[in-house]
Design a protein around this ligand. Structure first.
Ligand code: SF4
Length: 66
């Protein structure tokens, strides 16, 4: 199963990922990025999560598809 990782040193908390895949990426009330569904990605959700990872302007997201 694919797994998301976040490089928090690169994340600038603009929320592009949240807009593309809100199930997996959300900014909380403090502006921190959280992964509400966890790091593991269901196969059915892979297309949208790939989009979110590619859409991150600072390349803070990695998707390890094993
Ligand atoms: S798109 Fe990238 S920089 Fe923006 S909040 Fe998501 S992980 Fe952080």
């Amino acid at each position: 199963m694919a797994r998301i990782s976040v490089d928090r040193d690169k994340c600038v908390y603009l929320g592009v990922c949240e807009s593309l895949s809100p199930k997996y990426f959300q900014l909380d009330d403090d502006g921190e990025l959280v992964l509400p569904a966890g790091e593991q990605v269901d196969d059915a959700d892979l297309p949208e999560v790939r989009e979110a990872v590619l859409g991150c302007p600072t390349e803070a997201l990695t998707l390890d598809e094993g």
